[in-house]
Design a binder for this molecule. Structure first.
Ligand SMILES: Cc1ncc(COP(=O)(O)O)c(C=O)c1O
Length: 394
């Protein structure tokens, strides 16, 4: 009889990944589901980026490459990140992996020992706690305030001798919140005082609205020497959302050269390098004129406005400043038979044929997550279906 390890037995399957499979299955059976559950741009990358992958292969870029990433990609990323955060970032500070998901996995494996604690503000992206557990660490959840900002006093209380890191995800999945610079600065000061790392997951850094820009924590500590700063603040980014390149699986870390060396050692035994031609496509996406991506961002802003205008008729919710999700409270719709967010999401799937995710998947019961990474037509149709099912109650 096949035995599954305790390690894998102890983790939960990703609810967002399993919802994608469930929707595909229902659609295959002819049920006209609208999915507001996906966490990826619904547009492809620019034609040139797609073609570059093929051209790279024709040029012979089909073999293994350096584990930490293609030197040209690492250099360009170092230049661009250095310019963005006004620090002398070098290629040795950049590490490339299969999406930011694997960057984070490698990172937890590389910096955590058994029983080390990582503070995870909730709601959180589904993968953080499971990856921390896979590394033998312990996620310490600290709920955010009702406006989805960090609860500093609760975070301060959670810091203890076993704290190795805190994970900040801003703009946030699932809430869309952008944490205030003052709050992040306070966390950075505590990180110095109590000697832990700040992991900054910036997957949605590019997707901010209302002309609001995201400020990377790397820019907030003015008087640190660069390598010290880069060993304290571990920045994780990805081509998935900003360049609509989810399937290419390219994420990267900006951190101290010493950390990058250890990530290289680890990844060398896990998967080696990231797909070589996909890295060529990433180099092009980074260096080509950015109009396509700016248009994509404008499209998301229009959809955000529409989704907010519609769904605020049913839920009490402010427009999210970043990412592509609405995350409203939903307990006003509970009944004798619909007792939690999972029941409500299932009810909406069954009766309105709209797929959304329950807040419980993100560590926040009594909320629902609606993705607006889909067409305006689908957003409208989904809204009318849900409105019909939930009625006019608010
Ligand atoms: C907050 C956050 N971080 C990381 C990721 C992982 O993205 P990828 O592995 O495609 O870079 C996601 C994907 O949904 C996310 O929402």
């Amino acid at each position: 009889m096949l035995k599954i390890s305790n390690r894998v037995d102890a983790i939960l399957a990703s609810k967002s990944v399993s919802m994608v499979a469930r929707v595909a299955e229902l659609q295959k059976n002819g049920i006209p589901i609208i999915s507001l559950s996906v966490g990826e741009p619904d547009m492809p990358p620019p034609q040139e980026v797609m073609e570059e992958m093929y051209l790279a292969q024709k040029r012979g870029n089909c073999g293994y490459g350096p584990v930490s990433g293609h030197p040209v990609l690492r250099k360009k990323l170092a230049e661009q990140m250095g310019e963005a955060v006004k620090l002398p970032i070098r290629m040795e500070n950049i590490f490339v992996s299969n999406g930011s998901k694997q960057i984070l996995y490698n990172l937890f494996q590389t910096i955590l020992n058994p029983s080390d604690e990582v503070i995870v503000p909730s709601p959180y992206w589904v993968t953080f706690p499971e990856q921390i557990k896979l590394a033998g660490g312990k996620p310490i959840f600290v709920p955010c305030l009702p406006n989805h900002q960090l609860d500093l006093s609760a975070i301060r209380r959670a810091i203890g001798p076993a704290t190795r890191a805190i994970i900040l995800n801003s703009p946030n999945n699932p809430t869309g919140a952008i944490y205030s610079n003052e709050d992040v600065l306070q966390i950075l000061n505590w990180a110095q005082e109590f000697n832990f790392s700040v992991i900054s997951d910036e997957a949605y850094a590019f997707l901010t609205y209302d002309k609001k820009a995201f400020t990377s924590p790397l820019t907030l500590l003015k008087n640190s020497c660069t390598e010290d700063l880069l060993s304290r603040v571990l920045t994780v980014q990805t081509f998935s959302k900003s360049y609509a390149m989810t399937g290419y699986r390219i994420g990267f870390l900006v951190g101290a050269a010493e950390l990058v060396k250890n990530l290289d050692k680890f990844q060398g035994h896990v998967c080696g390098n990231v797909c070589t031609p996909a890295q060529a496509a990433a180099i092009l996406a980074l260096t080509m004129p950015q109009d396509y991506f700016l248009q994509m961002k404008a499209t998301f802003e229009r959809r955000r406005n529409l989704a907010h205008k519609l769904f605020s008729q049913l839920f009490d919710i402010a427009p999210p400043p970043g990412a592509f999700y609405l995350f409203p409270r939903c307990d006003q719709y509970y009944t004798d038979t619909i007792k939690n967010s999972e029941d409500l999401a299932n009810y909406i799937l069954e009766h309105a044929q709209v797929a959304i995710l329950p807040g419980s998947a993100f560590g926040a019961e009594n909320y629902l997550r609606f993705s607006f990474a889909t067409s305006e037509q689908e957003i409208e149709e989904a809204f009318y279906r849900i409105k019909r099912v939930l009625g006019e109650r608010k």
